[in-house]
Design a protein around this ligand. Structure first.
Ligand SMILES: Cc1cc2nc3c(=O)[nH]c(=O)nc-3n(C[C@H](O)[C@H](O)[C@H](O)COP(=O)(O)OP(=O)(O)OC[C@H]3O[C@@H](n4cnc5c(N)ncnc54)[C@H](O)[C@@H]3O)c2cc1C
Length: 470
């Protein structure tokens, strides 16, 4: 396993990373990436154990409900900076299990890659979302064929890929990109049916980084959450990148092109739901604390809004529990969360998030945006007045209330808050993507049977629209 320092050293590997219009020579020295790297390095140190056969929790394969709970709920805690490693590797293993009977060679390569990543203690990220051009058109109908990542040439040793993958979380500071088709490809779209592992420092890979890290010139206590926890995103360009055969997991088999995306959806969404459980409880806590600090905790409309938040948090937790407790098992004995429960919980959490944040903002008041900074409380000319007018009553001083306002703003209404609002909707695919999976796995036959029973309608010999909706 690597220590945090060895991880930092491993990032000085010639990777081509850019930010705000400039090339970063050494990502470990870049102020805007500093916190992302520090968090990841701390994560390496937290789990480090010496020895050739030691490996970390990101390489753990759940084999029971208890394992799954350990992996998704306890071990990969909220906003684990390198959770994408586990997500992308479990996605690969699930996909390998699903294609093994027809494409055993690719499945074996996935297993070899898993062992390689585990031994080298790599950090990986799922790299699926293409540029996509005109969304109404499939890859081969685009006016530029590179709008979806594709194979542009092949030789006996490997393939050359070209295109771009957008929004890749942590790409500037990870080791490997796990590339896969963004959706089902049609016959004729064999070149776009490519899944593979690509080291970030491969010749031809360029990453344009973005980040919600706070402006370095503002005090850290103005961003109590995102000042400590932030992650870089990557706009990843594949400018004719050579990928050796042993790292190619699919090349041209259109009928399996969606297997990777479906497998990813499952692991990405259960991880998101686990994250939302803690996020939702945090919203409840913020609303209750600011209501108490404002003296409003017994007012009926405030209590009603907090009750709605509590109900939201409880339903998200119930969805997580149901998804884990109804685990499904592959032929290899690997446990994965229930598809229906996972997707329904993710959909519910994402659909209602904006409304829950509205409740919090409604309860909290305008100082969420305008509370002075703590430095103004410490200033000899303003401090006395800020202290006087930001306090509310005995036991609620200005600093307590200001810290609450800054926390709520940072978490829900500033750069990170905006990032979180969009990410909850789009991460793991938009609402529509989850709705499709819910419809696919819902037991419609049973629902129609119950409805017929209530209405006194006989069961038909053959249902004209049998089974699940698809
Ligand atoms: C912060 C953040 C982190 C992310 N991290 C990663 C990551 O690590 N790796 C990764 O691969 N991706 C990542 N994503 C990408 C995420 O999965 C996508 O944003 C999401 O799938 C939507 O794709 P898009 O952004 O291209 O939007 P679009 O595809 O343009 O979607 C916008 C809307 O249009 C709808 N739409 C699009 N095409 C069609 C169509 N043909 N028919 C009907 N409706 C359509 C969608 O349902 C959606 O409602 C991340 C996204 C965010 C915001």
């Amino acid at each position: 396993m690597m220590t945090g320092e060895q991880y930092r050293q491993s990032l000085r590997d010639g990777r081509q990373v850019y930010i705000a219009g400039r090339r970063i020579e050494d990502v470990t020295e870049e102020p805007l990436l500093r916190q992302s790297i520090a968090m990841t390095a701390a994560n390496y140190d937290e789990f480090y154990r010496p020895g050739d056969d030691a490996y970390g929790p990101l390489f753990f394969i759940p084999r029971s409900v208890e394992d799954l709970r350990y992996q998704e709920v306890e071990q990969l805690k909220w906003a684990n900076p390198t959770r994408t490693t586990s997500v992308s590797l479990l996605m690969l293993m699930t996909a390998a299990s699903r294609i093994r009977s027809q494409l055993p060679g690719y499945a074996d390569r996935v297993m070899d890659y898993f062992e390689h990543a585990k031994k080298a203690d790599l950090r990986c990220v799922q790299t699926i979302t293409d540029a996509k051009g005109n969304r109404a058109l499939s890859p081969m109908k685009q006016d530029d064929p590179d709008l979806y990542v594709r194979v542009v040439s092949r030789d006996s040793g490997g393939v050359v890929i070209r295109g771009a993958k957008l929004h890749i979380t942590g790409a500037p500071i990870d080791h490997d990109l796990i590339v896969m088709p963004t959706k089902r490809m049609k016959p004729g779209e064999e070149d776009w049916s490519i899944a593979c592992a690509v080291p970030v420092n491969s010749p031809g890979v360029r990453i344009v980084a973005t980040t919600y890290a706070p402006r370095p010139d503002l005090p850290t206590d103005y961003f109590p959450y995102s000042g400590r926890r932030n992650m870089a995103e990557g706009f990843v360009i594949f400018d004719d990148v050579y990928v050796p055969n042993e790292r190619v997991f699919l090349d041209g088999e259109v009928e399996h092109s969606a297997t990777f995306a479906h497998s990813l959806g499952l692991w990405e969404r259960i991880g998101s739901v686990a994250h939302y459980v803690e996020m939702a409880d945090t919203l409840v806590g913020m609303a209750q604390l600011i209501a108490e600090a404002n003296g409003l905790q017994r007012i009926p409309h405030i209590r009603q809004k907090i009750a709605e938040l509590i109900n939201y948090a409880t339903m998200v937790r119930a969805g997580l529990e149901a998804a884990v407790n109804n685990a499904q098992f592959t032929a290899e004995g690997w446990a994965s969360p229930d598809e229906l429960m996972t997707n329904a919980a993710k959909y519910f959490a994402a659909l209602n998030y904006a409304e829950m944040v509205r409740n919090l903002h409604d309860v909290a008041g305008g100082s969420v945006l305008t509370a002075p900074m703590l430095d103004d409380l410490r200033h000899p000319e303003t401090g006395e007045f800020v202290a006087k007018y930001m306090r509310t009553m005995e036991g609620v001083d200005a600093e307590h209330r200001m810290r609450l306002f800054h926390g709520i703003r940072d978490f829900t209404a500033d750069t990170f808050g905006g990032w979180q609002s969009v990410t909850i909707l789009q991460g793991g695919g938009g609402l529509h993507a989850q709705r499709l999976i819910v419809e696919k796995h819902y037991d419609m036959t049973h629902a129609k049977h119950l409805a017929r029973k209530v209405c006194g309608i006989e069961e038909p010999d053959a249902d004209p629209t049998p089974g699940s909706v698809s």
